[in-house]
Design a protein around this ligand. Structure first.
Ligand code: F6P
Length: 458
């Protein structure tokens, strides 16, 4: 078995108190098995030239982190990654802010990643690159004569060709994909969009029947690898957290009211404004629920230096205030809106305590909170998941109540249906979803991708 080298924009060393996001959990599970290396930005900035990577070994995994110049964080991370590719790939181009400076910083940081990674590589490594920050990385590594198999997994959606063409450099971006050996997408829809981009640029004959694509003398695999969650780990965390002080205090504070929960990074793609509106419409349309439900929305701040994120933050503070101002009573707060983060175990305990999990992004690659909500439930009395049809997870979780997040009245009705769903129906929906989650958990996801990479003949 080769050593697995994962590369992602951000590398977080495992900490007990930090809530690990989807990418972090998935990558860690993948590398642990091969005692591999995880390379990326450590989250710090420098005024001068970035030094060679800092190395830390934890539980057999080597973490190699570099600093980035503050100007690159602005132009590459806040700029090209999160103000150009992020809105474009999520079909939310109102926030699209392409500039040539941002494009140049994206190229430079990808070149820097390749240069800093090179000395750490050995000939029999396989390299797995994660996410939209690093699409050109394989091309830069190939220029440095790296010949080992290199794979890429896109955690976010891949846009349709007509959307992608909004990016002035879309052809270069598509061409950079061809330096990889294996490319993974979350859903069949994302793969189809990618294939149409490839066919547009290289002709329909580039697409082969076995999901391989041939461009010049290179043939690579582009396939669907929907990311999963650590079902057993979540179950253990959720039941352990039940006894924890913080989860018990939260549950006691409900005073017997039903709980609806949302957990999202504070991001405009998560559909939070529409969700708050839907909740107001629910309280209006079904007034008997007044005083009998608490909606807990946990939304840790994210990418705060990007303007669109500051705007959404302001909008949500106003909406939460409006909801409470209008519907609250002396002994009831309809919505508890929290911007703080919790350890993963606590979050799983909160999810388990909820009657309804609400996950209504206006576009999402997968959405692991949807899967975590299901995995965390008590099988004898499971809660109901309300899930956006525009999240990748909707392709697998047909047992969820699926809604279009823009149809806020339909979401309001879904909340009412969820609250009154019978136990047999809740159990049936839960067990159908659990079957899917267990079959494609985080380990089988990373094994499937790593095996595809191992099978490549360099
Ligand atoms: O899933 C998209 C993603 O950008 C991941 O790559 C990343 O781990 C997560 O969201 C959090 O984003 P950020 O590193 O910008 O805080």
């Amino acid at each position: 078995m080769s050593r697995l080298v994962c590369v992602s924009n951000r590398v977080s060393l495992p900490r007990k108190t930090a809530a690990a996001g989807g990418l972090a959990v998935g990558v860690h599970a993948a590398i642990q098995a091969s005692k591999g290396l995880w390379f990326g930005w450590g989250g710090e900035t420098t005024d001068g030239e970035p030094d060679d990577p800092d190395l830390h070994v934890r539980g057999g995994v080597t973490f190699a982190t570099i600093d980035l110049r503050a100007s690159d964080v602005e132009q590459y991370y806040n700029g090209f990654a999160n103000s150009v590719l992020w809105p474009l790939f999520h079909y939310l181009i109102r926030d699209f802010g392409y500039t040539r400076e941002r494009q140049a910083a994206y190229e430079n940081v990808n070149r820097l990643f390749a240069q800093k990674l090179l000395p750490l590589l050995t000939d029999d490594d396989v390299i797995w690159v994660h996410d939209y920050h690093l699409i050109p990385l394989a091309s830069r590594l190939r220029e440095l004569n790296v010949r080992c198999p290199v794979g890429f997994f896109l955690h976010i959606p891949f846009p349709d060709l007509q959307m992608l063409r909004v990016l002035p450099t879309y052809a270069e971006l598509l061409r950079d994909f061809t330096s990889y050996d294996v490319i993974g997408f979350q859903t069949e829809g994302d793969l189809a969009s990618f294939q149409s981009g490839m066919a547009h640029l290289f002709g329909p004959e580039a697409l082969r029947a076995d999901r391989r694509i041939t461009v010049g003398d290179r043939t690579f695999l582009a396939d669907v690898f929907p990311i999963g969650v650590d079902v057993e780990g979540i179950q253990a965390e959720a039941s352990a957290a039940r006894g924890s002080d913080v989860v018990r205090r939260m549950a006691d504070s409900l005073g017997g009211r039903k709980l609806m929960i949302g957990v999202d990074r504070l991001d405009y793609s998560k559909g939070l404004v529409q969700r708050f509106t839907a909740y107001q419409q629910f309280l209006e349309a079904f007034p008997d629920n007044g005083g009998h439900i608490t909606y807990l929305q946990i939304a840790p701040h994210s990418r705060s230096d990007v303007r669109a994120y500051a705007d959404i933050r302001r909008a949500l503070e106003q909406e939460a205030g409006r909801t409470n101002g209008r519907f609250a009573d002396a002994d009831w707060t309809p919505i508890r809106y929290l911007n703080r983060n919790y350890p993963h175990e606590t979050l799983m305990g909160f999810l388990r305590a909820a009657n309804v999990g609400i996950v209504t992004p206006v576009r999402d690659g997968m959405n692991l909170v949807a899967k975590e909500f299901v995995a965390s439930q008590d099988e004898t009395d499971p809660g109901v998941l309300i899930l956006s049809t525009l999240a990748g997870a909707a392709c697998e979780l047909s047992g969820a109540q699926q809604v279009n997040p823009y149809d806020t009245l339909a979401v309001a009705h879904a909340i009412q249906v969820a609250l009154s769903m019978t136990l047999p129906e809740r159990r049936e929906r839960f067990s159908s979803m659990m079957g899917i989650l267990k079959k494609n958990d985080i380990n089988s996801w990373s094994k499937r991708f790593s095996s595809a990479l191992e099978a490549v003949n360099p």
